[in-house]
Design a protein around this ligand. Structure first.
Ligand SMILES: [Fe+2]
Ligand SMILES: [Fe+2]
Length: 273
């Protein structure tokens, strides 16, 4: 995989107009920057779990560089919109509180296949998320950054999916086992990682409270999604789990996913009001 599909030097930083940026967007982008910038630890974890698989480890090293670049681009953008934001300082605070277990030698998902299903879920989530932000962003520079990132995330999904197919040829992992891992990984979205990132980036002057931080993050982040982003995400989940993305089950699952998200957005907005 060739590195450098784009770089920070390609972006028209001088065209950023802070007046075009609302506070909610700024806050979620700061949080996203910290999580992306932390990809080195995930790379170390994956190198342990896939020890001996030189092809995969080589791909992971490129993947780490791309993810860290996502964090650098989002962090630079946020620092121009809000000069009080310092990526390195917020990142250091985030890492004081949140660390990936890089010493694990076995996948937390039970197998290498399971790990690859979980990685596909993360890339499904990020590719849909950055597409949703790009579609809504009023700032043309942020739109461009998110389009670049969304394209990378989709390519990352394909990367992990290709390796998943390779591993599935030797280690069987049934569709429902894959679905269980996939849903488990999606549920973890509301665990500590994003909550700590949102807190470290935006409200470190207050004591950390997981529930408060994740509600503050989710209320802002989920409101960017439109139905088509959710449908595309569900199609990617179906593909990774080996289910037919054209079936009535897919249509039902998409409808349920959109209904759940819409309900969550409304409830979070009501709670905040
Ligand atoms: Fe990323
Ligand atoms: Fe990615």
């Amino acid at each position: 995989m060739a590195y450098k599909h784009w770089s920070l030097d390609d972006l028209p930083w001088d065209q950023i107009d802070p007046h075009l940026v609302d506070l909610d967007t700024l806050q979620i982008i700061k949080a996203a920057a910290l999580v992306e910038y932390n990809a080195g630890d995930y790379g170390a974890y994956l190198e342990n779990v896939f020890a001996g698989d030189a092809i995969f480890i080589d791909a992971v090293q490129t993947w780490v560089k791309e993810e860290v670049q996502h964090g650098a681009a989002l962090g630079k953008w946020a620092g121009i919109v809000d000069p009080a934001f310092r990526l390195e300082e917020a990142f250091a605070l985030f890492r004081q509180h949140y660390r990936v277990n890089i010493n694990a030698t076995q996948s937390l998902r039970g197998s290498r296949c399971g790990e690859l299903v979980a990685r596909c879920m993360v890339e499904t989530g990020t590719s849909s998320y950055y597409t949703a932000i790009a579609d809504r962003a009023a700032c043309p520079v942020l739109k461009r950054i998110c389009q670049h990132i969304a394209a990378d995330e989709h390519r990352h999904y394909k990367l992990f999916y290709d390796h998943l197919k390779r591993y599935l040829a030797q280690d069987r992992l049934g569709r429902f086992s894959r679905l269980r891992i996939a849903l488990g990984r999606i549920a973890e979205t509301e665990d500590d990682e994003l909550a700590y990132a949102f807190w470290a980036a935006n409200s470190a002057h207050q004591p950390y409270d997981q529930g408060t931080a994740i509600r503050a993050y989710s209320r802002r982040a989920y409101s960017f999604y439109q139905r088509r982003h959710v449908e595309r995400g569900v199609a990617m989940i179906f593909k990774a789990c080996g289910f037919n993305g054209q079936s009535w089950i897919f249509k039902g699952a998409s409808r349920i996913a959109w209904w759940m998200l819409d309900r969550r957005v409304k409830r979070l907005a009501q709670a905040a009001a």
